[in-house]
Design a protein around this ligand. Sequence first.
Ligand code: SF4
Length: 329
Amino acid sequence: MSETALRTVDVSCVFEVSQGFMKGTKPLRAVNGVSLNIPKGRVVGLVGESGCGKSTMANILLGLQKPTSGDVMSGDSLYYGQQTGYLDRKKIARRIQPIFQDPYSSLNPTKTIHSIVCLPLRIHNIGDPSKWDKKVYDILDLVGLPKRVAQSYPSQMSGGQRQRVAIARALIMKPEVVICDEPTSALDVSVQSQILNLLQDLRQELGLTYLLISHNLAVVEHMADRVAVMYLGRIVEEADANTLFDDPRHPYTKALLGSVLTPDPSLGVPDTHLGTVFPNPIDPPSGCSFHPRCSECMDICSKKAPKPSVEGGRMIECHRYQTNEAEVA
Ligand code: SF4
């Protein structure tokens, strides 16, 4: 079994959302009891619709959002969580770095590329400042950018080049884990595969571990070793990528995979079988929160929430697959 780089244990994150003047607040469970294991050197994909809690999970792992309960573990030791009184952002940033969706807004337009890529070294005061220039040029070379771009500004670069800068900025810290939050969705289709291939090459060359957050199942299938499917703050199915894509079990996973467009226009727009729209997370459905949209719903589904079952390395949370009720470690 692979060594764990990062894992969450029963992590929840609840926001109090105002209901209007004099109406008080209601809790919104953005993440609800998520246990996710990210093995060292592997790519774990986290998929689901907008609003399912993926980005809140990313923020928790990056230490940008403190969980309401549960813990984040680095290997077997507590990283942060309910038992720690504060988040040591600097300590987390040395190990975990993000690559965000939009390279247009994640790079400071008033700074040169050199200054942007060098910033983490300055903030964390890493190494000998006289060697920072070389480190910047080396990392630009590693992500496929020529030395001359160092004096350019983000506005002078293409979307793909900007994302390479964002990757260089993340990797100059030599992190162990990179959280890739929709790393290609703001890019032209023509450069998406170049960035994905670059991420793959860098992972192998540097021994990186990725959490790949995406709503694009083709991207996840291309890169991930293991996939977790998230719905309304819960992970409803998790398995090795091949297993999950070849034989999806949870009705939500099946609907997600069924919604992928094919290149053959004669097949038309696929029926997602998702029925109603995504529910309001402030007022989630009773029982299984997917039941109003589920094509396989049974009587019990609206009354009782299913528990996670684990079998053959696959975790699934659905009444149709309650083979055992072992909690997921
Ligand atoms: Fe569908 Fe019931 Fe399974 Fe929920 S528990 S996914 S409603 S079959």
